[in-house]
Write a protein that binds this ligand. Structure first.
Ligand code: EPU
Length: 417
């Protein structure tokens, strides 16, 4: 992607459906033999990867351009999720819970390493064992069997894990008795995910708090459901508006899903106006004010917006510290930003960012989804030309990003070499 920077973004960007809700929701369709209709599903390569895995398992689907998808899993072909599918996308581990719950067995490849950290799935495995699953790890695969079905119990997560919570909810909806998930993740995607399952006939309460109670039911049925807007996409474009000193209307986003993030942005001098169907975001103060942040599980500052926020702080008047508490290797954007003129030093899990007057365009390398988009934002504000390599990372999680930005004045083009 070639970006010619120093252009303020002005206009309207329509926020797509949330990737991190669409993924577990697609998997949850395995829990019923009925048809599920989902609306507002983003067209992303991560969604395609998951649909490939579901097709392999036996799901038939029809995905329309407008984001509506119909899925039906009438007869499962296999309970095995092979390495080739799982390695492309870690969220594939989500099939473990529903396969064991409904089909009493699963063989799922361990996801392996990941660019942003070790990201173990030990908590998923431990919780499933507690519910009565026999699990062995052989040749890189999780072999899970629950011939007598699963039984509800108290699951206490030592860390609030998003996909771990989702996996165990899917296991618990068809288990015997009640499962209490303690220290559950509280993200808006978790709340919406439980809403979907309740529409399918599950009995879940407490979603959005740290204790989720799931009463097992005999079976689930079909439904129709709309994916909520992507709060990370919203936050990413809010920062892009602020950094370029432009003004964006972020259509269809939800302020309440990002309230604490916008409170932080306000302290940096970035304001928002709430409209009926979205938010207008722009910078009120001429200078960007430094504000320290620490990433934390929801409702704290999202790790998925840390890299983008680092770009904002790299142009602040003063210095700010950014502490990454969720993943151990999520500063991969920093050496690249430094090559663009940012002044950042890393001390363990804290980056100290001293503001500079401007960034300069440079050829940079994308490493993971959020690091890549932070380089794109840096390119939008930098003087001169930025070329981002390995774009496929961005396409995993941002729908039509170049078109959305071009419509707001960005000078961006894709090319192949
Ligand atoms: N963890 C363990 N053991 C486990 C599970 C998690 O040690 O069994 C640790 C992780 O290594 C990490 C922490 O717990 O240090 C939290 O990880 P979590 O399980 O919550 O992450 P995840 O479910 O794998 C989801 C999102 C990520 C997002 C994180 C944190 C999806 C598909 N992915 O990952 O999204 O960063 O929650 O909010 O929902 C992204 O979209 O770019 C992305 C990486």
């Amino acid at each position: 992607m070639r970006i010619k920077g120093s252009v303020p973004l002005n206009g309207t960007i329509e926020i797509s459906g949330a990737k991190n809700l669409a993924l577990p929701v697609l998997v949850a369709t395995l829990l019923t033999d009925d048809k599920i209709i989902l609306k507002n599903v983003p067209h992303l390569s991560d969604i395609t990867s998951l649909l490939d895995l579901l097709t392999y398992l036996g799901t038939v689907y029809n995905f329309q351009q407008n984001g509506t998808i119909e899925l039906l899993t009438k007869s499962l072909k296999t309970t095995e999720a092979p390495y080739d599918y799982v390695r492309k996308m870690r969220a594939s581990i989500l099939v473990l819970g529903p396969l064991v719950a409904k089909y009493k067995e699963a063989k799922v490849s361990l996801p392996g390493g990941c660019a942003i950290g070790a990201r173990s799935v030990d908590l998923h495995i431990k919780a499933l064992r507690q519910m009565g699953t026999e699990i062995s790890i052989d040749n890189g695969y999780i072999n899970a069997k629950a011939p007598k079905g699963l039984t509800g119990c108290d699951i206490i997560f030592p860390i609030a894990t998003v996909t771990g919570t989702e996996n165990i909810i899917m296991a618990a909806v068809l288990a015997k008795g009640t499962t209490n998930i303690i220290n559950a993740a509280m993200e808006p995607e978790i709340v919406a995910f439980c809403d979907l399952l309740n529409c399918m006939g599950a009995s879940i309460s407490g979603q959005g708090t740290s204790t989720i109670v799931v009463n097992g039911v005999e079976s689930l049925h079909g439904t129709e459901f709309t994916i909520i807007p992507d709060r990370i996409e919203t936050g990413t474009f809010a920062i892009a508006a602020a950094v370029t000193n432009g003004k964006l209307f972020l259509k269809n986003c939800k302020y309440s899903h990002l309230a604490s993030f916008f409170e932080t942005l306000f302290l940096t001098g970035v304001v928002h106006e709430e409209k009926e169907d979205g938010l207008i975001v722009y910078r009120k103060s001429e200078k960007i004010k430094p504000v320290d942040i620490q990433t934390a599980p929801y409702p704290g500052f999202p790790t998925d917006l840390q890299a983008q926020y680092t770009v904002l702080m790299s142009l602040c008047k003063g210095a700010a510290s950014i502490t990454e508490n969720i993943f151990e290797n999520r500063f991969m954007h920093i050496p690249e930003l430094t090559r663009m003129g940012a002044n950042i030093s890393v001390h363990g899990k804290t980056a100290v960012v001293t503001g500079v007057n401007k960034l300069n365009g440079a050829p940079v390398m994308a490493t993971d989804l959020r690091a890549s988009v932070s380089l794109l934002i840096a390119g939008l504000v930098a003087e001169g030309e930025t070329i981002i390599n390995r774009l496929y990372h961005i396409d995993r999680g941002y729908e039509n990003i170049d078109e959305k930005l071009r419509n707001c004045g960005a000078n961006i083009e894709r090319f192949s070499v």
